[in-house]
Design a protein around this ligand. Structure first.
Ligand code: UGA
Length: 320
């Protein structure tokens, strides 16, 4: 198959690309290599994708020739976006509207006229639920984001649904619940905790640490994408991709300390606006339609994440 992946140099995009190349598909990857975090990390992700079947286009979806980049695409995995729940306030918001909303609309407009297209899979987010009415939260629940980031991911998801319902663009939105595992973004909790532990640095916890997350292991997220791309679904459908843990950040710290083999240096600071207290996804519909459920639990996933962190950070300076 001919596959296009936006955000191919990121944590999830590069993991999907590795899997698709391993299965023998050809991949065109697009990424603008923004400096939200060190682009060297993204270049290293790209380094893993060396293959005669991989072509890289460096550029912003809002400006590149999309008709050319998407020509002949059978599957589009749209993973590009401006991440970061806690940084989406203030002037930064225009980056979220450009990268998450406008770019998605441009892709969908072009996708409408691609006759080869079989699936358009969009990386949506659990953050659009906000402080949900109940847990595990069903895809039918009314989304009520509490961060500008969540608003932008929800707007883009609605666009995918609209283009599916009105024009038959074969969109599937996957609402990822806090993805973790080897290669996790450097601004996310587990990578920050493990890097600090390994370099004997301080771990900062926003709030009491009693906040609860449904963490999802990267290989399970890749598998959900694979199944969404290769199974017949109704245009515009939405699924939760939730790992099934309901664990507090404090309990995660206990497991990390156990794996690390010595106590962690933890400091509690003020909570950050936009951070939801709890996430938890009901996976009834994705289990039924795609036969997906998570295979790696949080404890096993943390062990694998830590092994990667040790290779990546040991020997670095804490001040970096
Ligand atoms: C993550 C991603 O960063 C988002 O891009 C994604 O859209 C979202 O998951 C999602 O599920 O949709 P978040 O749940 O905030 O967002 O992920 P983490 O960075 O792993 O944070 C988990 C918890 O740890 C949060 O409550 C956060 O406040 C806390 N945390 C994080 C700390 O206490 N200290 C840190 O240094 C980092």
């Amino acid at each position: 198959m001919h596959i296009v992946i936006t955000g191919v140099a990121g944590f999830v995009g590069s993991a999907i690309a590795r899997r698709m190349l391993a299965e023998g598909h050809s991949v065109v990857g697009i990424d603008s290599l923004t400096s939200y975090y060190d682009p060297k990390i993204k270049l290293a992700n790209l380094g893993d994708l060396k293959s005669s079947k991989f072509e890289f286009i460096e550029g912003d979806i809002n400006y590149i020739d999309l008709a050319d980049a998407l020509d002949g695409a059978e599957i589009i995995f749209h993973e590009a976006g401006q991440p970061g729940v806690r940084k989406s306030w203030g002037e930064e918001f225009s980056e979220y509207t450009n990268a998450n909303i406008l770019a998605t609309q441009k892709l969908l407009e072009v996708a409408r006229s691609i006759s080869t297209l079989r699936k358009f899979v969009y990386a949506s987010s659990s953050s659009l639920y906000g402080d949900a009415e109940g847990y595990p939260t069903s895809v039918e629940a009314l989304p009520a984001p509490i961060s500008p980031y969540g608003v932008s991911k929800l707007a883009a998801e609605h666009l995918c649904t609209l283009y599916g319902k009105n024009f038959g663009v074969p969109t599937v939105s996957l609402r990822y619940f806090t993805v973790f595992g080897p290669g996790q973004r450097p601004d996310m909790a587990f990578t920050r905790f493990m890097r600090a532990a390994i370099l004997d640095d301080e771990i900062q916890i926003f709030g009491t640490g009693e906040q609860i997350r449904d963490f999802t292991y990267i290989d399970d997220v890749v598998q959900a994408n694979y199944l969404a791309a290769t199974t017949d679904t109704v245009p515009g459908v939405v699924y939760n991709v939730a790992g099934g843990s309901s664990i507090s950040v404090n309990d995660v710290l206990k497991i990390v300390a156990e794996i690390h083999g010595s106590p962690l240096n933890v400091r509690y600071t003020t909570p950050v606006a936009g951070d939801v207290f709890q996430t938890g996804g009901d996976i009834t519909s994705i289990r039924r339609d795609l036969n997906w459920s998570s295979q790696v639990d949080v404890k096993e996933g943390l062990k694998r994440h830590y092994a990667w962190a040790l290779k990546t950070f040991a020997g670095q300076s804490a001040s970096l």
